[in-house]
Design a protein around this ligand. Sequence first.
Ligand code: GLY
Length: 319
Amino acid sequence: MNRRGFIGKLSTVTAVAAAVNLEDYTKPTPKSFFIATWNNQEAVKTAQNYYSESLPLLDSIVKGINTVEDNPLDQSVGYGGRPDREGKVTLDACVMDHEGNAGSVVFLQNIKYAISLAHDVLKYTPHVILAGEGARQFALSRGYSETQMLTDLSKKQYETWLKEKEYKPIINIENHDTIGMLGLSDDGRLSGGCSTSGLSYKMHGRVGDSPIIGAGLYVDNEVGACVATGLGEKVLTSLSAFLVVEFIRQGLSPSAACKKALERIIQKEVAKPDFQVGLIAIDKKGGHGGYSIFNGFQYAHADQKNTSLYECDYFYKYE
Ligand code: GLY
């Protein structure tokens, strides 16, 4: 090789090496992760996978939640959800993004993906909440098809329930396990969503905490985010998700903030609670945690490397 050729080759190698180094240096360290109420590991993994394939954070959360809405065996979310007292499956869902934009649907019937519709409310309407028939009409105008949401399994159980018509929330039994999901992007943005068919055998027209911004879900991109599961009436009257974010703002860790917000609920009870509420939260720095009134509450976590399950601390042990 002559001198000219040698210098040419050297500079090429140096240039490539420099480019690689520069890229490594400027590439932000991936820190994205997703958490979801209960053992929804498949859902957080799906969200993380979509996010890794460059889908925006909130869209990835919606995709993750869709997997649970689609599952007929999950009988408290979406398709196959247990019906109300009149045998109708009615859905609640909401989303909130890093800019504080929110979309929500309440008392939605015959439409499969409530979380996608809530996201569409955020994206395509000047409103935050669409309810009932209006939400259904909006779904049809967006190209959603009508679906019979009551599966044979849920119908059979409903017919059995009709014999006694006894209504009582049962701790950790799958009659109020909303899927709530929160995500943190690589560049530090927060978003969240939640979707549920609500309490089994509720009164027709009942709306829970899950589609109400500040109750079932709250995101403040400066501070943190929280999502709730459990008996919606208790979460609604304490604005639990908003409260958790405010406690994080005051310096509490996500778990400590969830615990303190649950204390507010418990303090209002004259006797020991006989219902479950679980809260999970993330903070802006990438911390995450949860807490529940009774034992048995878990949350799923996924980042680029792992998917795992966390057991939450609690106030009371269920006997
Ligand atoms: N947290 C769900 C509901 O009460 O509807």
